[in-house]
Design a protein around this ligand. Structure first.
Ligand SMILES: [Zn+2]
Length: 183
């Protein structure tokens, strides 16, 4: 049986983020207190958990690929300590002006994950704090949950109903509970 997937944004969804903050070092990785529980609930319900993240800090020269790798190792370790894990990690390293094919809201990386991990889009969801996440969901033809954490509030103020998410939740755990009720 092919598993449905929760496509998760990283910054402002799994880990602490706010406007004006830029994560450049592993020591700055801070899980939200409800992240691990949310991931455990979703996994138990049969979802695979895949991060799809725009990491333009690489293209902007804020950090290198080796530092990004160390940040992801730190994130994995923090989750493991709390009994949670991710199935895949896909990121776009490009500058927004590069006109690459992988930057969200392009569905390129999400579709790559579906192929590589043998998943199905049927019954899948996207969760994130930005309009690009809702747009990604639309491109994939799956529902989206917009969070208030991270840039969630400022994105909502900026775009209003044009944000176009299927549902809004205060944080990842509330989103997980909503997804479980719908599934
Ligand atoms: Zn890209």
């Amino acid at each position: 049986m092919k598993h449905p997937v929760i496509f998760l944004d990283r910054d402002g969804t799994l880990i602490y983020d706010r406007p004006g903050f830029y994560l450049r070092r592993p020591e700055q990785v801070r899980l939200y207190r409800f992240t691990a529980e949310a991931l455990r609930l979703l996994r138990r319900a049969g979802f695979k958990l895949v991060v799809v993240s725009n990491q333009s800090g690489i293209g902007r020269g804020y950090l290198g690929l080796e530092m990004l790798r160390r940040i992801h190792l730190r994130l994995k370790a923090e989750l493991k300590e709390r009994g949670a894990r991710l199935d895949g990690f896909y990121f776009c390293p490009h500058h927004p002006d590069d006109a690459c094919r992988c930057r969200k809201p392009s569905p390129f990386l999400a579709l790559k994950a579906v192929r590589e991990l043998g998943l199905t889009l049927k019954g899948s969801f996207v969760v994130g704090d930005k309009k690009a996440d809702a747009d990604l969901a639309r491109a994939l033809g799956v529902p989206s949950v917009h969070l208030k954490t991270g840039h969630g509030r400022s994105q909502r103020e900026r775009y209003g109903p044009r944000l176009g998410a299927t549902h809004r939740s205060p944080h990842l755990l509330a989103a997980a509970r909503w997804i479980l009720r719908r599934s």
